[in-house]
Design a protein around this ligand. Structure first.
Ligand code: AMP
Length: 218
């Protein structure tokens, strides 16, 4: 199974992708995480440019991100399927992905597109207060999703948490603009597919997850 997760920043794409990855035992490919890993210790001019772009809330080029995705999809663990989180983010990336899928997926593999839907005016509120476990990446929020025990990750027990520089309010406002201009049109691109599902992203993580699982099982 190949699952493409769409949605504005902060709707919970990464959190839901991680749950689906565990549930179906297929890898979770987050282009944002791949890029953040790459720039975490910037040693090249390229890493510096990518870091600046992310920190401004802009998109990195379609060519570069597509080549990163193509490389990752060639690894063995993607043969039985995968979950894409954060790609495609532009119409051009969606067309490139169509070509990639034609080449790599076999006819028995189901391709599903899940759009997690949250009103744009709720995004700032959801993203401010977001933090994550430095060791396993589990995402929390100071306003509505704290770890069960103060300062300990529910998943791995680590006590080291990090915030994303691009979650700062002025940057998130720009990310929302970039999403509206470049990524929202990708929804229309997939909307007419049989396996396109628009999921209400409001509510608890488990509630959204069960809505997604219900659609997938149809
Ligand atoms: P995310 O973790 O998905 O919110 O991505 C964080 C940042 O990484 C984005 O704001 C972009 O700067 C960059 N990025 C991630 N995926 C893509 C993509 N498919 N195309 C262009 N830039 C991307």
């Amino acid at each position: 199974m190949i699952i493409i997760i769409l949605g504005a920043p902060g709707v919970g794409k990464g959190t839901q992708a991680k749950l689906l990855s565990k549930h179906y035992n297929i890898p979770h490919l987050s282009t944002g995480e791949i890029l953040r890993d790459f720039v975490s210790n910037p040693k090249s001019e390229m890493a510096n440019i990518i870091k600046e772009t992310i920190d401004k809330g802009e998109l990195i080029s379609d060519e570069l991100i597509s080549s990163i995705v193509i490389n990752r999809l060639q690894q063995d663990d993607c043969k039985k399927g995968f979950i894409l989180d954060g790609f495609p983010r532009t119409l051009s990336q969606a067309r490139i992905l169509d070509e990639i899928l034609k080449q790599i997926s076999n006819t028995t593999q189901r391709v599903l597109v899940i759009n997690i839907d949250i009103p744009i005016d709720k995004i700032i509120q959801r993203v401010s207060g977001r933090f994550s476990c430095k060791d396993c990446g589990t995402v929390y929020n100071n306003n509505f999703l704290k770890p069960l025990q103060n300062n300990l990750c529910d998943e791995c027990g680590s006590n080291i948490f990090v915030t994303r520089q691009d979650d700062e309010e002025s940057i998130i406002r720009n990310r929302v603009l970039v999403y509206t201009e470049h990524t929202a049109p990708v929804i229309a691109y997939y909307q007419h597919m049989d396996n396109f599902y628009n999921i209400d992203g409001n509510g608890k993580v488990e509630e959204v997850n069960s809505r997604i699982l219900k659609c997938i099982s149809l």
